[in-house]
Ligand binder design. Sequence first.
Ligand code: URA
Length: 214
Amino acid sequence: MDIEAIRSEALTCTKCRLAETRTQVVWADGSLDSEVCIIGEAPGFNEDKQGVPFVGAAGQLLDKLLAEIDLDRTQAAIVNVIKCRPPGNRDPQTDEIEACRPYLSAQLNYMRPEVIITLGNFATKFILDSPVGITRARGQVYARKGASIVPTFHPAAALRGGRFGGISTIDAMREDFRLVRNVLDERRAAAEARADTSTEFTAADGAEQLDFFG
Ligand code: URA
């Protein structure tokens, strides 16, 4: 897949009304060659100005949570469900999410990530293809298209200082990020065990080429 060509196309996209109000398209940060993909909602004020996802206060909290599980931005791809800022940071509308779907789909199909962290309702519902909200979905790991999906709150919710199930939202996010660490470690150990025992290719190796949200 020519992901650079798709990125170039996205940068001049006019498929929805957000093209009229954005400063620029916000494609991704980190590396699309990582095992971990972090999906937010939409660029905010600072992201729209700088062209980079999660550079504001929510991004600083995200960096801190990543550091606590020994990850940083260079070891993950950071993307959003929609690539342009909605005016006044309003919620993305259904037709905007649909117009942008091919870009996130291309990013995921290119990456084939081991682990996907969904931040908040929009990313979680999009990836799990379910109406279940984040407060019910979080705290568990889901399997989709060969990836482990770990839903958690949006960092902006934690910054608002809420509480969830007797603990602060940020501590609930810490629990979810520990799940990410465990899943990554387990998947790496399983891959190493496979590499140790497999002496030749079998039909199963690499045969599955399912599309994400294609
Ligand atoms: N919130 C998001 O969901 N995405 C960003 O890039 C910034 C804030």
